[in-house]
Design a protein around this ligand. Structure first.
Ligand code: FES
Ligand code: FES
Length: 162
């Protein structure tokens, strides 16, 4: 029996076995290679996607567990040429270096802001605890996140991810 998952607003049929990691299905079956698989063991957060709006490390999620659920990847954030507020802020603060961690960071913060649109710096840093960035020292990432705090920014982040 095949699995069905709603990926980036589109119902998809999964050919892979139910125990296949969601990250593998996204990248290899659906060619959504924005999701990065770095450690493959749940430590780095690079593979973070949203499952029913909440951040999840997709390398640890068997695809069978998301049967019938909503998965959003980093590809869902921009609409055409229009970046989400968070993506635009990351460019504005020149936050990106090698970029391997960024899909996960964007999805973590997008999910986080949908719950905590007015989060303070400490809460933002805490939300990023599971996302390892080896390049940046996080300062520009946090600066970008702080710059979009508030209802309007959160709404646009959620809109982009829903
Ligand atoms: S690749 Fe999934 S947490 Fe590192
Ligand atoms: S920008 Fe290189 S790991 Fe974060």
């Amino acid at each position: 029996m095949s699995l069905r998952v709603v990926v980036n607003h589109e119902e998809r049929t999964v050919a892979s076995a139910p125990l296949t990691p969601l990250s593998t299905v996204l990248r290899e079956e659906f060619a959504l290679t924005g999701t990065k698989e770095v450690c493959g063991e749940g430590f780095c957060g690079a593979c973070t996607v949203l499952v029913d709006g909440a951040p999840a490390v997709s390398c640890l999620v068997p695809v069978g567990l998301v049967e019938g659920r909503r998965v959003e990847t980093v590809e869902s954030l921009a609409v055409g040429e229009d970046l989400s507020a968070l993506q635009a802020a990351m460019i504005e603060t020149d936050a990106v270096q090698c970029g391997m961690c960024f899909p996960g960071i964007l999805m973590t913060l997008t999910g986080f802001f949908s719950e905590r649109p007015d989060a303070d710096e400490e809460e933002i840093r805490s939300a990023l605890a599971g996302n390892i960035c080896r390049c940046t020292g996080y300062e520009a990432i946090v600066e970008a996140a702080l710059s979009i705090r508030g209802a309007g920014a959160a709404a646009s982040a959620v809109e982009a991810a829903s």
